[in-house]
Write a protein that binds this ligand. Structure first.
Ligand SMILES: O=C[C@H](O)[C@H](O)[C@H](O)COP(=O)(O)O
Length: 227
């Protein structure tokens, strides 16, 4: 948990007065939102759009002004967590069921900053089951098409019932052996009618990944830096 805190708290240095910020979802972003709340209390003026009711509620409790998506043109910076980060900084997201809205925020952000503890770093994506949001219509056919891409699809359950996203859809957790070509797989999955969004985020969307370690160390990875 401390490693998540280090990454979350570090990330707020990229927030400047007057910015419109995107708030992701999850236990790592929780620490970033808390820190933004502290800064707001000290006079930082920002407005925020949230990717989930949970993050919106937390932000409101901390007196961070929340605005609707329809009232803004773009987001300066979005801060969000990840379930897996591969060597190129491609991501799996959606463990908390919020990846569709998170992807909309990331796509509309000038900078997309990912925060993660070091356990999220992997060589290849796919150990974490890939969340895919689908519309709850012709579900069994959609599951068959998902299976044909090489995974074991499982409809996510919560308290013994289908988990329903904030968009009113289902989440299918797709267990692949490994994901060798995330960008191609994302395109393949999105061709299936009924798929709303996958939890695969291309490195091309990512400005930087901030990794927290339990020792207190924080590392930044820039996927676009030439080595
Ligand atoms: O739907 C949830 C999000 O994609 C989260 O950002 C992701 O699951 C990571 O969550 P956490 O920071 O709790 O590990």
């Amino acid at each position: 948990m401390e490693a998540k805190r280090y990454a979350g708290e570090w990330s707020v240095r990229y927030i400047e007065p007057g910015m419109t910020i995107g708030l992701g979802t999850g236990s790592t972003v929780f620490f970033a939102i808390q820190k933004i709340g502290e800064l707001a209390k000290q006079g930082l003026t920002v407005k925020a759009v949230a990717s989930s009711d949970r993050s919106e509620k937390l932000a409101r409790e901390l007196n961070i002004p929340i605005v609707s998506f329809s009232s803004i043109d773009s987001i300066d910076v979005t801060i969000d967590g990840a379930d897996e980060v591969d060597a190129q900084c491609n991501l799996i997201k959606g463990g908390g069921g919020a990846h569709t809205r998170e992807k909309i925020l990331a796509y509309n952000s000038k900078d997309f900053i990912v925060i993660a503890d070091s356990s999220k770093l992997v060589e290849k994506l796919g150990k974490f089951p890939l969340p895919v949001e689908i519309v709850p219509f012709a579900t069994s056919l959609t599951l068959q098409h998902l299976k044909a891409t090489g995974c074991e699809p499982h409809i996510r359950q919560e308290n013994g019932q289908d988990y329903i996203t904030e968009n009113g859809n289902l989440t299918v957790d797709c267990q692949f052996k490994e994901i060798l070509h995330p960008i191609l797989l994302d395109a393949e999955l999105r061709k299936i009618p009924g798929v709303v969004a996958t939890g695969l985020f291309s490195y091309s969307m990512v400005t930087k990944v901030i990794v927290g370690y339990s020792s207190g160390l924080v590392k930044e990875i820039n996927p676009h830096e030439k080595t």
